[in-house]
Design a protein. Structure first.
Length: 165
């Protein structure tokens, strides 16, 4: 009895699949696809022009102010390695200040710390003595030499900033 029910169910499912494929398919356009296409044609051929909403003066001023802040932040930034940009800058800022566009970022301020202090902190994060899942995840595949390179670069930030003045 079970075999008969399973066989009939299989035949019904195959029949429904064949019927769906024969009538244009459920997801192959069909009648609904034609309706949506016609609707799009109607909108594009419409004589009523839809104007984009104009920004208020306040929004324009805010956009200009944000652009100026971005420009000022980028102009004051000194050159850093691509490795620092990819691993550190998103949390600690491009210049290690822990700030970007006047907003505090997730990471602590690195600017002004000595290379030795940064190196010891990196070792502690990597070993798990200091708990931070993000830092541990970023540092787990790096060697001690890589950590030393990062620490030396971060230790040079004040001198790089002074050179820009």
């Amino acid at each position: 009895m079970k075999n008969i029910i399973a066989g009939l169910s299989t035949i019904i499912v195959i029949g429904l699949m064949a019927y769906t494929a024969n009538t244009g398919g459920a997801y192959h356009g069909g009648e609904h696809g034609k309706v949506i296409k016609d609707f799009g044609d109607t909108i594009s051929n419409s004589t009523v022009a839809v104007k984009p909403k104009e920004k208020s003066d306040r929004d324009k001023e805010n956009d200009a102010l944000n652009a100026l802040r971005d420009k000022a932040g980028n102009a004051g930034a000194f050159k850093v390695s691509q490795a620092y940009k990819s691993k550190c800058a998103s949390c600690h800022g491009v210049n290690g200040s822990g700030m970007q566009n006047g907003k505090k970022l997730m990471g602590a301020k690195l600017f002004g710390q000595s290379a030795d202090k940064v190196y010891n902190s990196l070792i502690e994060f990597k070993s798990g003595r200091r708990e931070n899942v993000v830092m541990k995840g970023l540092l787990i595949s790096l060697s001690k030499d890589d950590l030393k390179v990062f620490a030396d670069e971060i230790g040079e930030f004040p001198a790089r900033a002074e050179a820009l003045k």
